[in-house]
Design a protein around this ligand. Structure first.
Ligand code: ADP
Ligand code: ZN
Ligand code: MG
Length: 476
């Protein structure tokens, strides 16, 4: 039988506030364990939560960016469960009155642009972090609890079950990440846990309208793992169904080392959590103007910018996609494009050499001056330097911050062009390498590259490659 894959995601992102959701503790990542804690986030008796206004602003901003309907009145509930990552034994979360209802994201999926709907967007507090001895929850002899994270504001985003493969889930997440980065709500660092995703997945016979029984997969810590884990689950469930079995509703754990999912526990239902209204907080009531102001301040979002870049600069879709994958990259391109009219040439250098050099050197884009790249490209276009020199200068510009204009002047890197300048060198190379010249005459094309290399070496890489090739062939 043919099955259709159905996937819904629950995404959690930490909001970029300086302090926690209900207390003044710092949200800094990586501090000494249990150093950013107080009676409120440790749930000590008698402590009371107080709202962080900035968290509400960021949550509303993200909800607006996600096209979710922001509720002027929402409420907090206690979600009760007993687990060592939760010092109060309940999590303050939103249940039947979330901050945002519905919403959607337009995603470029196989088969074109598609709208993926959201069920809800809500605000809650982060739990603490358990560090398992031996790194895995499976078979750990003991675990240690770090409550630095407990109480950091968390946004939960729940999609409708509308994704149909591991790859679609991954693409959706990548787009969601870029949108949240643009909105400034979260830094979305999967490796630091500020963006996490649980995936629900089920299969159903092709054409059926009823959802199948799902499994929930947790513990994927990269986009790639999400894709791998979902592909694995698809195969596992297919196997179960094709053998006439039934999929059990359960929660499983992605084992990154073994590349497989492992059953953790039966899936709890919401009644297990005994939700009830949080008695220590008033309902969250927003003024209409508060929401409207945040809507006005929303920056241009990636999908809109993507289309504008294609239209305004004549870029290809793929180029625009890459340049809008984060805000800094698009800003860098547009700042440089103000001073440089070869837009696609510029885009190519940014996505090729510049990004490569940034990755190699670990430098950040905001340390690079767009004008310096423009200077370099202008000199290349004018033929004053050749391409290899330009690449070398770009590498140094990123790595050690040199000014390419200055370097060209000081080091005499200007390209050597013109018959009169090149011929003497070429003739000398021909005279000194009779064997290669012979080889070339006998049809060994590779010998030409060797001779070009000799001339380049003799001119310290500054010869104009096109002219050099022409003259060399003319002479031998
Ligand atoms: P939970 O009790 O786990 O919070 P929800 O009803 O809130 O359950 O759904 C959580 C996620 O699971 C949502 O993204 C939803 O789209 C998805 N989901 C629900 N049922 C299925 C199913 N049968 N197959 C795949 N995904 C599903
Ligand atoms: Zn605290
Ligand atoms: Mg849910």
């Amino acid at each position: 039988m043919q099955y259709e894959v159905v996937i819904g995601l629950e995404i959690h992102v930490e909001l970029m506030t300086a302090s926690k959701l209900f207390c003044g503790c710092s949200t800094t990542f990586g501090g000494e364990p249990n150093s950013n804690c107080c009676p409120v986030c440790l749930g000590l008796p008698g402590s009371l939560p107080v709202f962080n206004r900035r968290a509400v602003e960021l949550a509303v901003t993200a909800a607006l960016a996600l096209n979710s309907e922001v509720q002027l009145r929402s409420r907090f509930d206690r979600k009760n469960y007993f687990y060592p990552d939760l010092p109060k034994a309940y999590q303050i979360s939103q249940y039947d009155q979330p901050l945002g209802r519905g919403g959607y994201l337009e995603v470029e999926l196989t088969g074109g642009k598609r709208r993926v709907n959201l069920e809800r967007v809500h605000l809650e507090e982060e739990a603490g972090k358990l560090v398992h001895a031996g790194d895995s929850i499976i078979g750990a002899g003991h675990s240690m609890a770090d409550y630095n994270r407990a109480g950091i504001p968390l946004l939960e985003i729940v999609t409708a079950p509308e994704l149909h493969s591991g790859q679609e889930a991954r693409t959706f997440l990548e787009d969601l990440r870029s949108l949240l980065l643009y909105s400034g709500a979260s830094d979305c660092k999967m490796e630091e846990g500020s963006l996490r995703c649980d995936a629900n997945i089920s299969l159903r016979p092709e054409g059926s309208s009823k959802l199948g029984t799902r499994a929930e997969v947790k513990n994927m810590n990269s986009f790639r793992s999400v894709e791998l884990a979902l592909d694995y689950e698809v195969r596992r469930q297919e196997q179960v169904l094709s053998e006439g079995g039934t999929v059990v509703q359960e929660t499983c754990h992605w084992d990154e080392a073994k590349k497989q999912t492992i059953t953790l526990r039966g899936k709890e239902g919401s009644s297990d959590y005994r939700y009830f209204p949080e008695p220590d907080l008033l309902p969250l009531v927003l003024e209409k103007t508060f929401v409207e102001n945040l809507a006005h301040q929303l920056p241009e979002l990636p999908a809109t910018r993507r289309e504008r870049l294609q239209e305004q600069y004549g870029l290809e879709k793929e180029e625009a996609l890459l340049l809008t994958s984060n805000r800094e990259l698009g800003d860098f391109f547009e700042a440089a494009a103000k001073q440089y009219p070869g837009y696609r040439h510029l885009a190519n250098w940014i996505q090729g050499d510049l990004l490569y050099q940034l990755r190699e050197s670990g430098k950040r884009l905001n340390e690079i001056e767009p004008g310096l790249l423009v200077d370099l490209l202008l000199r290349l276009d004018e033929g004053r330097i050749n391409r290899p020199v330009a690449k070398e200068l770009l590498a140094e510009m990123v790595q050690s911050g040199i000014d390419p204009k200055e370097a060209i002047k000081e080091r005499g890197l200007e390209q050597i062009t013109g018959r009169d300048n090149l011929l003497p060198v070429i003739e000398e190379v021909i005279a000194n390498n009779p064997e290669a010249v012979d080889n070339y005459r006998q049809g060994k094309k590779k010998a030409l590259a060797f001779l070009v290399g000799r001339v380049m070496a003799a001119t310290e890489g500054r010869a104009d490659p096109a002219e050099l090739n022409r003259l060399l062939q003319e002479k031998i």
